[in-house]
Design a binder for this molecule. Sequence first.
Ligand code: AMP
Length: 408
Amino acid sequence: MKFETFNFHPAIATGVTAAGYVTPTPIQDQAIPHVLDHRDVMGLAQTGTGKTAAFVLPILNRLMGGRPAYIRALIIAPTRELAEQIHQAIETLGQKTRLKSVAVYGGVGINPQIQKLRRADIVVACPGRLLDHIGRHTADLRKLEVLVLDEADHMFDMGFFPDIRRILRSIPRNRQTLLFSATMPSEIRRLANDVLRNPVTVKIGTTAPADTVHHALYPVAQHLKTALLLKMLENIQTESVLVFTRTKHRAKSLDKKLTRAGYRSASLQGNLSQGKRQAALDGFRNGTFKILVATDIAARGIDVTQISHVINYDIPSTPDAYIHRIGRTGRASCNGEAFTLITGDDKNMVRAINRIIGSEVEQRTLSAFDYNSPAPARGNHPQRSIKPRRNFSGVKKSRAQRPNARTM
Ligand code: AMP
């Protein structure tokens, strides 16, 4: 599916292009048509799935007709960081619209917020500070058209539900409501019953990992990750390798290090122009690049059948993302391998992954690697060229040799 299918206003379509989005993510595919139809939506999706744009884009589209001087959309989020992130997404995706957004949260001066609230079409708020504004009559929500409750399970955990219910008293009953949550415990179900009217539920589900993928975890100290990755590449016989990092910045910097080390590598991350993105993808598909370093979202839609290895340089942030990533290899009944570098900080996620897989993913160490070596000086990797390597026969798996085994 393409973004054109949604028939967004040209100004919004320009925003999508400016953000570098090419293909809608599954939650966007599923949710956007319903939000555009003004339906209430219960969205079961985690951060990292593209859920922000799944509500921001259709809301911007709805608000395009005229600019009455009142607040028309309210997005409530549990943390300042998330509120700020959503506000930034609105600024990017709505950059060609004249719509104005304001982020409202505590810990910063209230007066600049009051000024901006006078001209805002969209408010992105944390519950406490929003109630403060409602009490001061500096946020008039009486004509609100759309309400979004983002990360509702997180808001419940943080004790925000009484605040949310108080806020609900200040906004019209006749509105569109979108509720997003990663999980659906009974409290969220109750809230959904109270705030949603005839909702459509969209869910980004979990699928089991393919049998054709062998996976293993490699415990390593954070500062040795690049050195271990280089050692792994030296020791594994690979066709095409897809390496995942947590952030765009890390993807770019790791790609540079791999290129400097002599590998034919490219990166795929949100900051690339469309031309560069396409060149990276084409090069990976036709074998010009043997390694592609990508973030989760940038890697969506990559359909390269002969990916022999997925290497998680950083562990993904959800078990679902793990399943999704390793699903990139072992396709079409070819065997694939998926390796994940883990540090002591990742133990909760390792547990969650083991739980979803239903068994303990094997932990390995690489015998050829010096786990005690100091961090390499920046930009000082030896030059190497990619050539056929021996397989993982040199790998030792004894527990005693696992550096972080006890902490995992
Ligand atoms: P979210 O789950 O909303 O926090 O989004 C995670 C990341 O995915 C953000 O950096 C977004 O900019 C990015 N993103 C959202 N939708 C897309 C898309 N269709 N294509 C590429 N990146 C996207």
